[in-house]
Design a protein around this ligand. Structure first.
Ligand code: DI6
Ligand code: FE
Length: 406
């Protein structure tokens, strides 16, 4: 007789297994959990005989892998609501930036905030994601832009995971924009990140990956390449904000470094798609930024599909271009703005998002041996998760096999 901790019965299961049709659906299914991992799942009729473990009927509800938000800037000081209002009253980005606004206003607010203040501001944001079924969140630095404040951001991100119970993966994004202290010495800033900051981050285990913003208003491909070579030397995988506002060869650069992901991609070329298809890089789509910027050029989604590039969807939660703290709404936007199907939206926030974080080995699908990170939904079909706008529907979220709703 199996020695399970918990057995969920009367379940409809969307396993999201790669290659399985129709969400990898198991009707009238059961799922067993032992020591925080999935021990068995399948049709209830195939349950091993003599299964006497405590069972919980989910009364016909759907189980999916818990959601994964694979691209956020969740830790930041202040907000940019005033700029938002100025822009709607006619001010341009350039005018706002020249007046010291934009990303630098968030940098100033983040530097001025204590770690406790940053933590207190971000905790409701990670809890809001968990309330929608998110069990893993990636959190980037990138508003500190000096050693002390970049470390401060990463420590706060780690603390958020410990406090909320959500699995947090951290990413060093010191190469987010050029800090004012290095305005005419961008290469010196890259050297500071490579030679001083990154070794400290690795020494203290504060980041799981390194990211950069490859864009005409941020860092060039050669500057990013220098950082990525250093990351590889120190054993960290890389990710890249690529081709968001122009085709800077970001997708090719990400593919060259076998990046976990290339993100945004509105201006990625056919050559960039081909390069990604030859690498493991996941295309992470960020519809919140696309919407907020009033962008009109959509990423090359048909080409990415055709080339077999995995596609993920994330919030890109940040105060400037994507003040969205709802992964369900990011799914909704990806379907309406990028015309991803509901199944692609759910795959993009489970299986492919896990791949984009390099954690597909232990999460992102419901399969034996993976973490029991499971979302329980009051829906009649998983397609509803991208269909409804602002409708909660989460009945429970299990993280490591433990309910978050005691
Ligand atoms: N791309 C973006 O859209 C954000 N960062 C990036 O690399 C902008 C961040 C901000 O405006 O605060
Ligand atoms: Fe981003």
């Amino acid at each position: 007789m199996p020695d399970w901790d918990l057995l969920l019965t009367d379940a409809r299961i969307a396993t999201m297994r790669a290659g399985a049709p129709d969400y990898g659906e198991i009707n009238d299914g059961a799922l067993a959990i032992t020591d925080g991992s999935i021990a068995w799942l399948g049709p209830a009729t195939e349950l091993p005989k003599g299964t006497a473990v405590e069972s919980n009927s989910v009364a016909g509800r759907w189980l999916t892998p818990a959601l994964i938000d694979c691209h956020t800037h969740l830790v930041f000081g202040g907000d940019r609501a005033a700029e938002f209002e100025q822009r709607l009253r006619g001010a341009s980005y350039e005018e706002i930036a020249r007046a010291g606004g934009g990303i630098m206003s968030t940098v100033r607010a983040t530097r001025a905030a204590s770690a406790d203040e940053l933590y207190a501001a971000a905790l409701p944001r990670i809890n809001a994601l968990a309330a929608e079924g998110v069990a893993t969140v990636e959190i980037k630095s990138g508003y500190g832009l000096d050693i002390e404040n970049e470390l401060k951001m990463l420590i706060v991100a780690r603390r958020l995971g410990e406090a909320s119970g959500v699995n947090v993966r951290t990413t060093l994004l010191a190469a987010h924009t050029v800090p004012p202290e290095f305005d005419n010495a961008v290469d010196d800033y890259i050297d500071l990140v490579c030679d001083e900051l990154l070794p400290q981050v690795v020494e203290h285990g504060l980041a799981d990956a390194v990211d950069a913003y490859c864009e005409s208003i941020a860092f060039s491909a050669p500057q990013v390449a220098k950082l990525f070579h250093k990351a590889a030397d120190l054993g960290l995988p890389v990710k890249l904000h690529a081709d968001q506002l122009s085709d800077g060869g970001g997708a090719e650069l990400a593919a060259f470094f076998n990046a976990l992901s290339a993100d945004h991609l509105e201006y990625t070329s056919a050559a960039g798609v081909r390069a990604m298809a030859k690498s493991r890089a996941v295309a992470v789509l960020l519809p919140g930024a696309f919407l907020t910027l009033g962008e009109t050029r959509v990423p090359p989604i048909a080409e990415l599909r055709e080339a077999g590039v995995p596609v993920a969807v994330a919030t890109d939660c940040n105060p400037g271009t994507s003040p969205i703290c709802s992964l369900r709404n990011a799914m909704m936007l990806a379907s309406r703005l990028f015309r991803l199907t509901p199944e692609e939206c759910l795959a993009g926030t489970t299986r492919e998002a896990a791949r984009a974080l390099g954690v597909f080995a232990d999460r992102g699908t419901l399969e034996v041996g993976k973490r029991a990170d499971i979302a329980v939904w009051d829906i009649s079909h998983p397609r509803e998760l991208a269909y409804w706008i602002g409708t909660p529907q989460l009945a429970d979220l299990l993280i490591g096999g433990h309910t978050t709703r005691p």
